[in-house]
Design a protein around this ligand. Structure first.
Ligand code: SF4
Ligand code: SF4
Ligand code: SF4
Length: 242
């Protein structure tokens, strides 16, 4: 029997779903083994059922989304927080630090349903795997899907992007004086940005045991203000900038 897979979205830019659709030929390695049973960006699947895997993108920003999320959790064996918005709140969560955003941005109707604060999925339900990245990484989608199809529990990478640079033999951009957030960012993307000369922007979110203090001190020595550093670090972390 094929693995039943759903793609369900909350508040996001949908970039992670587009990234999935753009994977192209590599998708063939999993498509024979899965049946997509819910994915609004492909078609309107009418039937509601149970899912083996759900890729859920976006953060929770409305009352209705809490209901949707809880319902999906009940019907899903393995729930994947798909992308940084779902994992840590990401870009949608920036609004938590903007004063009076609801009044300024939304009309009455939207305000009625919207929540005071945006939260990631794990504020409401148990998440089985965090697929980080803004957007997600295609190789991770394939690897994790293959593991699940084979009945294996996928392992998350709990080290920083620098480890992947070292493995790939990529020249360190930090050492060249560039501003790179790789030392405090979750790995798992295989460090594609430094490999083409672009410093890591931290899009997979902050590693809990990353040495943030040391990163901030080093960047301050390079003339970057603490406020600017914290603004960057807040973008994908879901934190309110202090
Ligand atoms: S993680 Fe980034 S690319 Fe993915 S849905 Fe959120 S904002 Fe868009
Ligand atoms: S380029 Fe950035 S991510 Fe890569 S090793 Fe240097 S500091 Fe770490
Ligand atoms: S290197 Fe950094 S910015 Fe680039 S994909 Fe990885 S985590 Fe994101």
């Amino acid at each position: 029997m094929k693995t039943k897979v759903a793609f369900i979205g909350l508040t996001s830019c949908k970039g992670c779903f587009f990234e999935f659709l753009l994977i192209g030929k590599k998708l063939e390695t999993i498509l024979d083994n899965i049946e997509i049973v819910n994915f609004r960006m492909l078609k309107d699947f009418k039937k509601k059922g149970n899912y083996d895997i759900t890729f859920m993108d976006g953060a929770v920003s409305t009352k209705n989304q809490i209901k949707i999320l809880r319902d999906v959790r009940k019907r899903t064996k393995f729930l994947i927080a798909f992308g940084t918005c779902a994992c840590s709140g990401g870009i949608p969560m920036i609004r938590n630090s903007v004063k009076n955003y609801r009044k300024t941005v939304y009309d009455k109707e939207v305000r009625r349903n919207s929540l005071d604060t945006v939260t990631p999925l794990n504020s409401h339900v148990k998440v089985d795997y965090y697929m980080r990245g803004c957007p997600i990484n295609e190789n991770e989608v394939i690897e994790v899907s293959m593991d699940l199809i084979a009945g294996k529990k996928p392992r998350e990478k709990d080290y920083c992007v620098c480890v992947e640079c070292k493995k790939n033999g990529t020249k360190c951009l930090f050492k060249e004086g560039k501003v790179c957030y790789g030392p405090v960012t979750y790995a798992g993307c295989n460090a594609p940005c430094p490999s083409v000369g672009t410093p890591c922007d931290g899009c997979r979110g902050p590693l809990p045991d990353g040495n943030r203090g040391a990163e901030i001190d080093l960047l301050k020595e390079r003339g970057i203000s603490e406020d600017d550093i914290k603004t960057v670090l807040s973008r994908y972390s879901g934190e309110v900038k202090k």
